[in-house]
Design a protein around this ligand. Structure first.
Ligand SMILES: *Cc1c(COP(=O)(O)O)cnc(C)c1O
Length: 372
């Protein structure tokens, strides 16, 4: 087997793949001097609305601010509890804290999505909302989550930062609850060249509040009518996203092909737990923001792959939200999530990869477990 270099993510390749179109779009924005709340942003918001089939979409500063604004627009704040999985990026829980509410952490299941049984068990008299996190390009079982929410009169704010284009029963991640949020961080499914985020809703009152919140509480006439903040997606980033949207569908298809290749190459290795394969459950249309496996002897496997030129990552710095000492949530005991963090590994999964790269990663893993 000849050695290859397989980076985890190739940031430079994002530009190289569409250099001329991207350069033209950026230069055009700068020649027009069109930086804040301009046409490119309006166009991007329209594209996002059409893609998801939603009534309102706003480009905002980043995925974290999208969550904060969504919670605020839903009226969630001091004294309220919001249920969120502990297997997530710290931003999900932080947004709840920063909105003034308390994050209540729950377990995930074998597909790494929020555990509905855990949600049920965590409901108290103060619970106001559930924040399912649509991780790794998969959408949680939203029949169960929406069922629990309606039974208990709870709002659902979806963190779909990792799931633009993912569907459950044909419906897009981010479009189930009161609001859904996205991140356009460069390594996300649809990435810009800096920070960026989006928030969507079908609810008129939510739409109105989100529009005010992201621009200093100003209405279309520029009058301040409410408290708001500054959270506007840069017009320059919107112009970049408009270019990247053209190839987005094909990129999602490619991720699903690479995931199928990983699945085929690794599914008979008993030391591994793989993500559900594309199409394994027809209710789920996964788009593989990440390919997160669980592996016996994870740390040794990781070292072996590194020696073979394959870069991997342990998601979120290798810790669940309740395992960060500084956040004061270490009282939680979530055994499934803790097991996951001893075993989880992200294999390279991005649109710059070729079949040969994925084939090589598969060969290296099989060799490690003596299953060549
Ligand atoms: C990336 C991410 C966020 C935050 O997005 P930013 O744009 O980086 O602020 C929130 N939640 C999850 C699950 C993410 O992966």
């Amino acid at each position: 087997m000849t050695q290859r270099q397989v980076p985890f993510f190739n940031y430079r390749a994002l530009f190289e793949a569409q250099e001329q179109e991207l350069t033209a779009a950026v230069v055009d924005v700068m020649r027009r001097g069109a930086y804040i709340l301009q046409q490119d942003l309006a166009d991007f918001e329209q594209r996002l609305r059409e893609f998801l089939g939603v009534k309102y979409a706003f480009g905002v500063a980043d995925g974290t601010n999208a969550l904060i604004i969504a919670l605020q627009a839903a009226g969630i704040g001091r004294g309220d509890e919001v249920i969120v999985p502990s297997h997530t990026y710290v931003a999900s829980a932080a947004s709840i804290h920063l909105a003034g509410a308390t994050p209540v952490l729950v377990e995930c299941r074998d597909d790494h999505m929020i555990d509905p049984a855990g949600v049920r068990a965590a409901i108290t008299g103060r619970t106001r909302a559930i924040m399912p996190v649509q991780l790794n390009g998969r959408t949680a079982d939203m029949d169960e989550i929406m069922g629990i929410a309606s039974e208990h009169g709870l709002k659902v704010i979806e963190d779909a930062a990792q799931a633009l284009g993912s569907r459950f029963r044909g419906r897009f991640a981010g479009t189930f609850g009161a609001a859904g949020t996205f991140s356009f961080y460069p390594a996300k499914l649809l990435g810009c060249f800096g920070d960026g985020g989006g928030v969507v809703t079908n609810d008129d009152a939510m739409g109105e509040r989100l529009a005010l919140l992201r621009d200093h509480g100003r209405n279309e006439r520029g009058e301040v009518v409410a408290w708001g903040t500054n959270s506007r997606l840069d017009n320059l980033q919107a112009a970049i996203l408009n270019v990247k949207f053209r190839t987005f569908g094909a990129e999602l298809d490619k991720r699903r092909r690479l995931a199928a290749q990983y699945d085929e190459g690794l599914r008979d290795v008993p030391e591994l737990l793989l993500p559900p394969a594309p199409g394994a459950d027809p209710r789920h249309h996964d788009v593989y923001q990440n390919y997160e496996i669980e592996a016996d002897r994870r740390d040794d496997l990781r070292k072996h792959l590194e020696q073979q030129g394959v870069r991997t990552i342990i998601q979120f710095g290798g810790k669940a939200v309740h395992q960060y000492e500084g956040l004061g949530l270490t009282q939680y005991h979530l055994p499934r999530t803790e097991l996951l963090y001893r075993r989880a590994l992200l294999l390279p999964m991005n649109t710059s990869l070729g079949d040969e790269d994925v084939g090589y990663v598969i060969d290296c893993i099989r060799a490690f477990y003596g299953r060549g």
